[in-house]
Design a protein around this ligand. Structure first.
Ligand code: NAD
Length: 491
């Protein structure tokens, strides 16, 4: 394709043209401009990357953890030095504002920092004299070739929920980045060449379902990390089990926030609006449903309409813009369809972001939308919208509010806004979600805590980030040993 850059896969420490003839355009969602032409890897491409990763494993595994983390210290500095460049690329391909891209890069770097603690984090434990003269120890060993499959909404951050821990633990790693936004990781891998990792330790494959299936089926891939929608998470979970792989699958979300009348409603409204409409609602921790309790209803409803309607929508590269486009034209159409379905089911449109909004016509722009009173029976109540749409529902009591959100099939995040410690504790104790916010709009765990979704938002046992990541990327070996004196030569 003349004038548009063609991407390559990265394995064995070099860039390789694709063996596949299938390609996908990478498009700027704010302008419609074609940014690149990305290959969709064939099974052959994936097999070549797995061979490279498998060949690199024995020596990498034997590299002392202390030496492995020296690469990560340099990686941290490399990312620090290129935050601005990577943030611009992230915004061009994803649409979010540059401020939002910078913020996700900070979280990516934080994960690299945590993985630098591997010499301590990876330690096992032991006990002398489990029986007379017998000692027992548990040691952690890496798994081998590991792979991660990541979504479009955090092109810079989500690959780093996995990459630093996997390699710090002594595994080799293959990233299958989202085919919608491959450029941020393409650039990150180009930059990482300067770190001179042994060839095959880090590998990048561009592709879609065919590449994912090839990774799932490959006998040398020991562990798969996935982040994306729940239906694909369920598929990958089942396939990984079928092929005997360790797997962690982070799925979709429909996050609720409970607003009690004793909360500071002005501050709450601002925070809830940021959560619902930041990244155009395409965050797995975005608030999607605001449940007002009792008297909170009137003031919050008025305030949120004022705050949401003042959000400046446009190209995320422009300094004053507060909300960018959604990822694709299909996504925009799907979100518009869901808004219509909500209205059909009886919800009232307080703010309609579908109408012409003055932004570039080529972009996938929607404005913040507020749907008031989505009936519990509406399919929308349990559907992930993943766009700038906030549903408002009302509950008479805290208990009724908790009941409402407990009906959601998802359990990624739930937040409460209140000044009551007792209400906050009840919420924290009873709510079936893995990430809880108390007076927090986006309860994103820091890198040294697990990213802890529940229910349809997570399939597996060990989550991404922190100590869970170390558990996920290592296997335990238990050694029981006896050294009888009488068997030894006398010295
Ligand atoms: P997606 O499920 O469409 O794609 C995610 C990845 O899976 C991509 O790399 C894609 O190539 C691959 N894929 C897509 N369809 C596949 C199939 N049929 N078989 C095998 N692989 C397939 O998700 P997306 O649209 O890129 O991202 C948005 C979704 O991700 C939302 O549902 C959001 O809630 C979720 N998400 C969850 C978290 C979390 O931590 N739980 C974080 C970010 C995003």
């Amino acid at each position: 394709m003349a004038g548009v850059r063609e991407l390559k896969h990265y394995y064995r420490g070099e860039w390789s043209g694709s063996k596949s003839t299938e390609y996908r355009d990478v498009v700027n969602p704010a302008t419609g401009e074609k940014l690149a032409h990305a290959p969709l890897a064939s099974k052959e491409d994936v097999n070549a990357a797995v061979s490279a990763a498998a060949a690199a494993y024995p020596a990498w595994r034997r590299t002392p953890p202390e030496d492995r983390i020296q690469y990560l210290f340099k990686l941290k500095q490399l990312l620090e030095d290129h935050v601005e460049e990577l943030a611009q690329i992230c915004t061009q391909e994803n649409g979010k504002t540059v401020g939002e891209s910078r913020a996700e890069l900070r979280r990516a770097i934080e994960n690299v920092e945590v993985a630098c603690g591997i010499p301590t984090l990876m330690q096992g434990y032991n006990l002398e004299d489990v029986a007379s003269g017998i000692d027992e120890m548990m040691i952690r060993q890496p798994l081998g070739v590991t792979a991660a499959i990541t979504p479009f909404n955090f092109p810079a951050m989500i690959p780093f929920w996995f990459l630093p821990y996997a390699i710090a633990c002594g595994n080799t790693f293959i990233l299958k980045a989202s085919e919608k936004v491959p450029l941020t990781m393409q650039r990150a891998f180009e930059l990482m060449e300067a770190l001179k990792f042994p060839p095959g330790v880090l590998n990048l494959i561009h592709g879609d379902k065919a590449a994912v299936d090839a990774l799932l089926e490959h006998p040398e891939v020991r562990a798969i990390s996935f982040v994306g929608s729940s239906p694909v998470a369920k598929y990958i979970y089942a396939q990984a089990a079928k092929f005997g792989k360790r797997v962690q699958c982070q799925g979709g979300a429909k996050n609720h926030v409970l607003i009690l009348p004793d909360a500071d409603l002005q501050t709450t409204t601002r925070i809830v609006s940021d959560s619902a409409f930041g990244c155009a609602g395409q965050r797995c921790l975005a608030v999607s449903v605001a449940v007002t309790v009792g008297e909170a209803r009137n003031e919050f409803t008025q305030e949120i309409a004022n705050v949401a309607s003042s959000i400046r929508v446009g190209n995320g590269l422009d300094k004053d813009v507060q909300m960018g486009p959604v990822i694709t034209a299909q996504s925009k159409k799907r979100i518009e369809g869901l808004i219509a379905a909500g209205v059909n089911d009886g919800a009232r449109l307080l703010l309609d972001g579908r109408a012409g909004n003055g932004a570039t016509s080529a972009g996938n722009f929607l404005k913040p939308t507020l749907l008031d009173g989505v009936p519990a029976a509406s399919a929308l109540s349990a559907t992930e919208i993943f766009g700038p749409v906030l549903s408002l529902v009302h509950a008479r009591t805290l208990e009724e509010g908790i009941e409402t959100l407990s009906r959601s099939p998802f359990g990624n995040m739930a937040s409460i806004f209140t000044s009551s410690g007792a209400a906050a504790r009840k919420f924290r104790y009873e709510v079936p979600a893995g990430n809880i916010g108390i007076n927090i709009g986006v309860a994103a765990p820091m890198a040294y805590f697990p990213f802890s979704g529940w229910r349809d938002s997570f399939l597996g046992v060990l989550h991404g980030q922190g100590r869970d990541a170390v558990e996920f990327y290592t296997d335990k070996k238990v050694v029981v040993e006896r050294w009888p004196k009488e068997w030894s030569r006398k010295f």
